[in-house]
Design a protein around this ligand. Structure first.
Ligand code: ABU
Length: 516
């Protein structure tokens, strides 16, 4: 114990080498268009290559450095200009620097005491996102992904209407009813299960042919479930659905919510970044009327996984929950017991806060309203605001808007090409960045619309996808959707993508699928 149990010099030397590998393999090669997007291996082959077993003795430096290279080499290169598989892609160097900083700091932004810089950055970034939504006040917290942000919305909505549910649970609540469109994210169903509301109580509202919630159908559903004795609570509108990229009509939905006194949450995980563009923010007209919003900058803004903001319009203050009594707080603010003041709290804190005495002491020497961690159901939490803050500093609001508009322009270019090319058929005109289409190989021409045609067409996208992954040339998502058989959903978020990449994308689909 007289000497440190870590060899700092060797550790630093190791890191220097890892940084070189990161730059070479993780940044340069993985974004180089001449390299493969992925190096497909069957799972058993990959297990053996990675030599996964954990043994009694450690390994030497060279072996470990090789392992680091292997991790990068054998993983999918999501920063590659031909990775179009998810709603996130690309590699932003400033945001990556933010991720390095966050990892190096290794702290949780639950208290100002252990994360002063990160707490203030989170506060700033959340305020900026709220401003873009159209709110001059409110609250928010970063959550581990859009699903969790949506679930926070559901929980806060229930707490706001039934504050006693926090301690008493659901057992004496009316049968609650939640509403979301048929195209909404699956996290609404998961959240209903997780919160004990029940998936049977999620009412999926019909959408139009473009995937937008039909407000009249929402009204009808609300009336129907009321007549059956349920209590409508929460409506989730979607700004940018996962597959079609549809934007629900927020103003009309907000009118209905206002009329029935329902919580309006907007899941703008995907489409929220359109708010940055003066040309595109009309897609979310009415979002300022929401009670809460989910917005994932890790998608379109290329911040890096994960960065999901849960934003709240409410700025009311109220008494802390009685669970704060151990802190000397009475349920009537502000109280002063044993010289410890317990100020009123915002809705988010009242809903989730428990005031663990080992973290959120009220007698600290600084402004404890900066100990924001108790607003979250999490304890340890990643500091996801820093990477967005540093990216925003690097390119400014205008630079972020430019990225969104460039992605939109790239999608329009691809759309025109799809329309021009023989054998390609659009599923529908895209409203946003989700370009959905089929490749119809010549073998299926002239057989349109027979059940056999659709059956065969549904097998084309998976076959092409398998070929592209085995070859490593690119990655793009496909899925069946509603009554449609499998089709490609192409997403461009990466500003490194050029016209040549887009031409290649269509050439490659054609090349891989023409003979099917
Ligand atoms: N939150 C849904 C994202 C899935 C996708 O990237 O397609």
């Amino acid at each position: 114990l007289d000497d440190p149990g870590l060899d700092m010099t060797a550790g630093e030397e190791f890191l220097q080498e890892v940084f070189q590998i990161l730059l070479e393999e993780g940044v340069r090669k993985s974004t180089d268009v001449t390299q493969k997007v992925c190096d497909w291996k069957e799972p058993q082959e990959l297990r053996e290559l990675l030599d996964l077993e954990l043994r009694s003795d450690g390994e030497g430096r060279e072996r470990l450095l090789q392992r680091c290279r292997d991790v990068l080499r054998l993983s999918v290169h999501t920063g590659h200009p031909r990775f179009f598989n998810q709603l996130f892609s690309g590699l932003d160097h400033h945001a990556l620097a933010g991720r390095f900083l966050t990892e190096t700091l290794n702290t949780s932004p639950y208290t100002y005491e252990v994360a002063p810089v990160l707490v203030l950055m989170e506060e700033q970034v959340l305020a900026k996102l709220r401003e873009l939504v159209g709110w001059s006040s409110g609250d928010g917290i970063f959550a581990p992904g859009g699903s969790m942000s949506n679930m926070l919305a559901m929980n806060v909505a229930r707490f706001q209407r039934f504050p006693e549910s926090r301690s008493r649970g659901n057992w004496d609540l009316p049968r609650l009813a939640l509403f979301a469109s048929q195209e909404s994210h699956y996290s609404i169903l998961k959240g209903a299960a997780l919160l004990g509301i029940g998936t049977d109580n999620v009412h999926l509202v019909r959408t139009d042919e473009r995937g937008k919630m039909i407000p009249e159908e929402l009204e009808k559903e609300i009336q129907r479930v009321k007549s059956e004795g349920s209590e409508p609570l929460f409506v989730c509108a979607t700004s940018g659905t996962t597959v079609l990229g549809a934007f629900d009509p927020l103003d009309a939905i907000a009118d209905i919510c206002a009329h029935h006194g329902l919580w309006l949450h907007v899941d703008a995980a995907w489409g929220g970044s359109a708010l940055l563009s003066p040309k595109l923010r009309h897609l979310l007209a009415g979002i300022h009327r929401a009670d809460s919003v989910t917005w994932n900058p890790h998608k379109l803004l290329m911040v890096g996984l994960q960065c999901s903001a849960f934003l709240l319009r409410d700025s009311s203050v109220g008494a802390p929950h009685p669970e704060f009594l151990p802190l000397g707080c009475l349920p009537r603010p502000p109280s002063l017991i044993l010289g410890v003041s317990c100020p009123s709290q915002g809705l988010l804190q009242r809903c989730h806060g428990v005031g663990a005495t080992y973290l959120f002491q009220r007698d600290k020497f600084y402004d404890v309203s900066l100990d924001t961690g108790d607003k979250s159901p999490q304890c340890g939490r990643r500091a996801d605001g820093l990477k967005l803050w540093i990216l925003w500093k690097a390119v400014g609001t205008r630079g972020l808007a430019w990225r969104v508009e460039r992605a939109f322009a790239a999608t329009r270019y691809l759309l025109e090409q799809v329309k021009r090319r023989e054998g390609f058929q659009l599923v529908m005109e895209p409203e946003f960045l989700n370009l959905c289409f089929w490749l119809i190989p010549p073998s299926l021409w002239g057989q349109d619309s027979s059940p056999e045609f659709w059956d065969k067409l549904g097998k084309v996208a998976p076959a092409i996808k398998e070929k592209m992954i085995r070859k490593g040339s690119m990655m793009v998502a496909y899925q069946p959707h509603g009554s449609h058989v499998n089709f490609f959903r192409q997403i461009i978020t990466n500003p490194a993508v050029t016209r040549q990449d887009l031409d290649f994308f269509l050439d490659e689909i054609q090349e891989l699928g023409w003979d099917l």
